[in-house]
Design a protein. Structure first.
Length: 267
């Protein structure tokens, strides 16, 4: 990394909201923004704006993972225990993407994944706190779970979650705009991810769907904005999804929920 780029990345990370974001992603965005020839201040602002659209808009208050880890350590090790479920629901409420799904959690995964049940391996990209919904998924008791996201502190918490509840899981940081994970799984989860990544690379959607090494993909898009407005998003993203599938010949099932439009792809 050259000196100017390194200095830019460090300045972006000085903002509390961006401190724990995977440095590779910041570097990638910074490299592109520096080419545009704006002032230093405007470039920092532009990078942070992109990072906001991709991640921090979904957790504007930040998440206190140390407190959550402390609470989790005192819980039983069975994720189906009622006390544990309460903790998981409460924790998922810290992230907008999973919070929006809480009211339909009992039906979302059972409806969309019933044709694959029981599932023995999952690759969840840009996962957020979705791995905590494992207790609501139709999976085997020996489920293998591989997940990635852009937040270093979140990844550490998810690995601690896997360890505490004896889940065969692995969480790691990734910049999906640069590299799509190649760990094979029965099911790939791409939940409300593509619109965020398209803020960085408008062609990334089709690439991710093609490159993920999973025969089955559950892909979803938001049907309402973060502020709760519909804005024609369900129709817009349904049409956009069809363009991503152009000439693939894949089998697709559609599922509509109040805040989310989901598609199960069988390649």
């Amino acid at each position: 990394m050259d000196e100017q780029l390194e200095k830019m990345v460090k300045q972006v990370q000085d903002g509390a909201k961006y401190r724990f974001i995977h440095p590779d992603l910041i570097e990638n965005i910074a490299r592109n923004e520096l080419k545009k020839g704006r002032s230093w201040k405007d470039t920092v602002k532009a990078i942070r704006n992109k990072l906001h659209q991709v991640g921090s808009a979904y957790q504007p208050q930040g998440i206190d993972y140390e407190r959550l880890y402390s609470e989790m350590k005192s819980l039983p090790q069975d994720i189906h225990n009622p006390e544990v479920r309460r903790f998981l629901i409460q924790t998922m409420g810290n992230h907008a993407s999973t919070r929006e799904r809480l009211q339909i959690l009992d039906q979302f995964f059972l409806e969309t994944l019933s044709s694959l049940s029981p599932i023995d391996s999952i690759l969840d990209v840009a996962c957020g706190l979705n791995p905590l919904a494992l207790a609501w998924m139709p999976v085997t008791s020996s489920i293998q779970l591989i997940v990635c996201d852009i937040y270093v502190d979140q990844i550490e918490f998810l690995n601690a979650f896997f360890e505490h509840f004896n889940i065969h899981g692995k969480a790691f940081c990734c910049d999906l705009t640069q590299q799509v994970p190649q760990e094979k799984a029965q099911l790939g989860l791409v939940l409300k991810t593509i619109p965020c990544l398209e803020q960085i690379d408008k062609n990334i959607g089709a690439k991710i769907l093609q490159d993920l090494p999973c025969q089955n993909l559950l892909v979803s898009f938001p049907a309402v904005s973060l502020s709760g407005k519909k804005k024609g998003m369900r129709q817009f993203y349904s049409e956009h999804f069809q363009t991503l599938l152009h000439n693939t010949g894949w089998n697709v099932s559609t599922f509509s929920f109040p805040n989310e439009q989901a598609f199960l792809i069988k390649k």
